[in-house]
Design a protein around this ligand. Structure first.
Ligand code: SF4
Ligand code: SF4
Length: 317
């Protein structure tokens, strides 16, 4: 198996950052769930949480000249961060598109009773995980009771206007495979999801985003335990698609960790692979434009370039 960099060279593909139009902000590793595939290794006992000074510095940088149009908020469950609502209100003033990566069950947690309404009022787009439309498969990956709670949350969001084609109240669902295989075709699976969820639960969403599981962190441990790590890595390698490689998400985004460090993407963040800059923290820069165009790629990047490709926005092709 060749390395990712060798594979790029053979295929004459270069990956470097162009215009940064998306800022992905990881507000911390605290989560009410502890899913088996989680590349953040998030869970209820994690204490790494973004504090207000990091939030303020992100806002300071966003107020300066830049090309960022979208702020994509993730975690953990970002809603559990006490600064979450403040951050969103300030982002709204900056007229940025805001995405909340919501695990749906968090809306049932104590203290989150008004979160769905808050998100709707602030026109926050929601991207929510639902790795299958059957109860058994969802709970295998995400834990007991998760499926029904997720369905109830989608119903609540639908009542608020989400998922019904209104561009200002987008509800997108995320599918990721339950095992060591690539996601199926995004458009066909979206049709199946829509049909099944409408017929069985009378619920609606806008788009389905299919994601490839990265062989890192918790999913890597699972693959290793099952003796499937090498075959999964080979699967990603043998499905390398140069067209997908030309469109990887790191070309247009930066990722910020709970403690203000800057990364090329959320995966590099979890692997603690910093950006190529000499300045690696938001407190050391005066503008997001100062971040290097070089992107640090390693062999986990095969997870973004296999088949139709994968990004936080779904398949790449
Ligand atoms: S809900 Fe998301 S962040 Fe939380 S454990 Fe599951 S995959 Fe990780
Ligand atoms: S893992 Fe990150 S750095 Fe590697 S190709 Fe994907 S987005 Fe780019």
């Amino acid at each position: 198996m060749k390395s990712f960099i060798e594979t790029l060279n053979i295929n004459n593909v270069k990956i470097f950052r162009k215009t940064v139009d998306t800022l992905q902000v990881n507000m911390g590793k605290l989560c009410n769930q502890a899913c088996v595939h989680c590349h953040v290794e998030a869970g209820p006992k994690r204490t790494e949480i973004m504090n207000i000074s990091v939030v303020q510095q992100i806002l300071n940088l966003l107020r300066k000249k830049n090309n960022i149009k979208v702020v994509d908020i993730t975690g953990g469950a970002p809603e559990l961060n006490d600064n979450f609502k403040y951050f969103i209100k300030e982002l709204r003033l900056l007229k940025l598109k805001i995405i909340d990566r919501c695990n749906l069950t968090v809306l049932h947690e104590k203290g989150q009773e008004n979160t769905a309404l808050f998100l709707a009022k602030n026109k926050v787009a929601i991207t929510a995980s639902l790795p299958c439309y059957t109860e058994q498969n969802v709970e295998k990956q995400r834990g007991r009771g998760v499926f029904i709670k997720s369905i109830e949350s989608i119903k609540k969001l639908n009542k608020l206007g989400y998922g019904k084609g209104d561009k200002s109240l987008q509800l997108n669902l995320v599918y990721n495979p339950l095992g060591a295989y690539l996601p199926p075709d995004q458009a066909s699976l979206e049709k199946e999801y829509k049909k099944f969820l409408k017929e069985n639960f009378q619920i609606y969403f806008d788009n389905l985003l299919t994601l490839t599981n990265m062989p890192i962190k918790r999913f890597r441990h699972t693959l290793k335990r099952k003796g499937e790590l090498e075959s999964y890595k080979n699967l990603l390698f043998s499905n390398f698609n140069p067209e997908a490689a030309k469109n990887v998400m790191c070309k247009n985004l930066l990722s910020i960790s709970w403690d203000g460090k800057i990364y090329d993407c959320d995966f590099n963040q979890m692997l603690e692979i910093p950006v190529a800059n000499i300045y690696k923290n938001i407190f050391e820069i005066n503008s997001f434009e100062e971040v290097s165009r070089e992107i640090i790629t390693k062999d986990h990047c095969f997870g973004c370039t296999a088949g139709a490709g994968s990004s936080c926005g779904g398949s790449l092709l």
